[in-house]
Design a protein around this ligand. Structure first.
Ligand SMILES: [Zn+2]
Length: 232
């Protein structure tokens, strides 16, 4: 089946929206995500439906078929492997790779991606901590991690992933050593959504507003994450 880059971007967007809501996705949500108008989305949904890639029900929304899901996972696999390849072998920074991968993901061969996979030793996650689908295209845990706002002062968590979409946020966070795998302590939860966190081995804490916090997903430190007596 020949699909163009735009179609593949729709399938990827629907996959990602679907994994957040656990159900059907509204046309307006897809329009928001892709920055296009709802009628444009509707006509593309029709085309994708004709190819049996999506299943659309009026007033209920759209859902990927298993064929559509396989295409989405393949593009996400390309995207995340490319991001890992660019940072590890071409000296890109982690805030530079997303745009590049968005472009390249549609144009690489299976042979190329196999070489990349081998070179990188079949990695599980990309530089932002996002899970990389394997060659069998089994679904990945797209919604992995929790919001840091669910934790209290004194809690210690590990950064699981950081959204790859805002390069300013990525640059700011890496300057403060807030990257996947880093252990951070919540040092202050202020009113109006500000949370101050301090990465392990750092003197300087970073106060982050809610819209930046939304880019970060964390997991409890192995064992008891909410241990009150960890030195703050
Ligand atoms: Zn990306």
């Amino acid at each position: 089946m020949i699909l163009n880059a735009v179609m593949e971007d729709y399938l990827k967007a629907i996959y990602q929206l679907q994994s957040r809501t656990d159900g059907r996705v509204k046309t307006s949500e897809i329009a928001d995500r892709l920055g296009v108008k709802p009628p444009t989305v509707s006509s593309m949904i029709e085309k994708l439906g004709e190819r049996n890639l999506v299943d659309y029900e009026k007033y209920k929304g759209v859902r990927l078929t298993s064929e559509g899901e396989a295409v989405a996972l393949e593009i996400i696999r390309h995207h995340r492997l490319l991001e890992a390849y660019l940072t590890e072998h071409l000296e890109y920074e982690w805030d530079e790779v997303h745009e590049e991968a968005d472009e390249l993901e549609h144009h690489i061969s299976e042979k190329f991606i196999q070489h990349v996979t081998e070179l990188l030793d079949n990695p599980d996650v990309d530089p932002h901590g996002d899970p990389i689908p394997k060659e069998n295209l089994d679904p990945v845990e797209e919604a992995r991690g929790e919001s840091i706002t669910e934790y209290d002062e004194g809690d210690v968590v590990v950064v699981e992933r950081v959204s790859d979409e805002d390069s300013d946020v990525l640059r700011y966070l890496s300057e403060h050593n807030i990257t996947p795998g880093t252990e951070v302590t919540v040092t202050e939860v202020a009113p109006f959504g500000m949370v101050t966190i301090r990465p392990r081995c750092e003197d300087e804490a970073a106060s982050l507003p809610r819209d930046v916090l939304e880019h970060i997903r964390v997991r409890p430190v192995a064992g008891d994450a909410r241990s009150e007596d960890f030195p703050a």
